[in-house]
Structures are given as C-alpha cells and as structure tokens.
Design a protein around this ligand. Sequence first.
Ligand SMILES: NC(=O)C1=CN([C@@H]2O[C@H](COP(=O)(O)OP(=O)(O)OC[C@H]3O[C@@H](n4cnc5c(N)ncnc54)[C@H](OP(=O)(O)O)[C@@H]3O)[C@@H](O)[C@H]2O)C=CC1
Ligand SMILES: O=C(O)[C@@H]1CCC=N1
Length: 262
Amino acid sequence: MTHLGVIGGGGWLAGALLRPALADRVIRPADLVLSSRSGQISGFESWPRVHMTTDNAILVDASDVILFSVRPEDLDDIELDLRGRFVISVMAGVTVEEIGERYGARRIVRAMPNACAEQRLSFTPWFATDDVRPSETDFAQRFFAASGQAHLITSEQDLDYFTALTGSGAAFPALMADAMIRHAVESGIDPDTADLAVRQLFLGAATQMMRVAETPADIVELFMEYRGTTAAGLSAMMEANIEHAIFNGLTAARRKASQRRT
Ligand SMILES: NC(=O)C1=CN([C@@H]2O[C@H](COP(=O)(O)OP(=O)(O)OC[C@H]3O[C@@H](n4cnc5c(N)ncnc54)[C@H](OP(=O)(O)O)[C@@H]3O)[C@@H](O)[C@H]2O)C=CC1
Ligand SMILES: O=C(O)[C@@H]1CCC=N1
C-alpha cells in the first residue's frame, strides 16, 4: 500500500479529500502522515492510527507520495529536497515547473479538486507530467475518485481555468442562493423557511441537471416556452445581464489563478 504524506494535512481541502479516501481504504490510516504548522489537526478522530507531525522532513522520510495542500503563499517557508520523489499538488496557481524548481521533483501530478470532496462530489481535473509512472497515475486516479469525479486532462493550462470554474466549489452557486434567500426574507418569508427552501431548491436543481438528458440551456428554454411566471423571472434576469456578471466573475477568478506567473 502507498504511504502518503500530506503537507498541510490539517487544512480544509486536505481533510475533505482524505476522509473519503480513508473510508474507501485507498490509504491505510497507519500509512498516512499529516503535517501542519500549529500541530492542531482535527477531523481524523475515527482513524487514531493516522500520524501527525509539524516536521515536514519526517513526513517526507515516511512517505512514497508527498501531497502539497498548503496555501501557495506558505511555500516559501517549506524547504525540502524531493529529487526522485512523486509529488501531488492541489495548490491553486502553482505550476509543475515551480514545484520542480523549488523541490527538484519531476514526477508531479497537479489536481484541482473542490471542497465538495467532503460529500464525495468534487469535480477533480488532474494533470500528470510525462515522467509519472503508471502505478502513480493509478494511485492519483483512485485517490481523487474517492471524493468525486476524477478527470485526467492533458493541458496543464486548463487547470487554471478549472480553478475558477469548479475549484471554487459551492461559492458561486452560494452567491445566487444567498441572494434568493435574502429576497425571500425581504418578501416576508420567515428566515429558516427561506433557508430550507433555497437549499432544497439547489439540491433538486443540481440533481435534476445531473440526471436528465437536457442541457442547462435546454432547461432554460423549456421554461421560457411556458411564457409564465418563471419566464418573467428569467427574462428580467437576462435583461439585467446576469450572464455578463457571471462571465466577469469567472474571468476575474481565472486571472487570479494565473497571477503568480504574471
Ligand atoms: N479550500 C478549497 O476549497 C480549495 C483549496 N485549494 C487549494 O488547497 C490548498 C489548501 O487550501 P485549504 O485547505 O483551504 O487551506 P487551509 O488554510 O485550510 O489549510 C492549509 C494548511 O496548511 C498548513 N500549513 C501551512 N504552512 C505549513 C507548513 N510550513 N508545514 C506544514 N503545514 C503547513 C496549515 O497549518 P496551520 O493551520 O497549523 O497553520 C493548514 O493546516 C491551497 O493551495 C488552495 O489553493 C484548491 C481547491 C479548493
Ligand atoms: O479560492 C482559492 O484560492 C482556492 C482555490 C480554489 C478554491 N479555493
């Protein structure tokens, strides 16, 4: 079995990825080492054999696979020699070139999961350098598949785009959901009921969009054809140029994802 070391293993994303992988036995608890700066790591109480450390060198010595899950700005404090080692990174905007330059590794997988990993509902595109071995790509696929849909891609540049589109997880839908809840409350619906109604709406909408053959555009068109209440709402949102707001948001997030290199 693979020995996995996760630098930043106490963080939000690491926990969201690791709990499904542990539950599915992709990794054995005794073969997992997590590091943090503070030594404060919670969320692994069900797996008491997981090792925890504040020393990344100890983590590296104990691991076949080193997964980086720290915030990009924290990399400057991490000095390691990872020549000849297999490295996975989930860090936004950190290229394989940068990882290679900093740490000497050549066998690198870069992935962009999202925090829906905790619910096993991440969309996780991942990219591998040419030198990565078949057993290592197999591990990466199994590891990311435990927490959602793992999708091998061949263009590293596309990862910056996916950082904006799907790495953001619930954030963009949550913005729309929050506006709907606030409108409902302003219209006299009690807050708890508004909250429940909108959460259930998003669950229903996402489940339906995943299960029916029609595309999201088809669904919009279907409601427009009724020329009823929903069409009135959709038309007003289109007139207010909701598409423009969404395009601007994704463009800004995409720009930020590649900003470290500009
Ligand atoms: N959260 C998300 O939705 C997503 C995050 N990402 C990427 O994942 C990465 C992690 O994000 P996230 O989990 O949200 O961040 P968090 O801040 O939740 O976690 C970062 C972790 O890194 C630890 N850390 C920082 N410096 C060191 C160090 N020198 N040695 C060991 N551990 C260290 C922190 O420890 P301590 O708390 O003790 O300081 C903390 O446990 C980022 O690069 C982000 O871009 C990608 C997609 C989605
Ligand atoms: O917002 C961020 O920077 C990180 C990367 C993608 C999701 N969270």
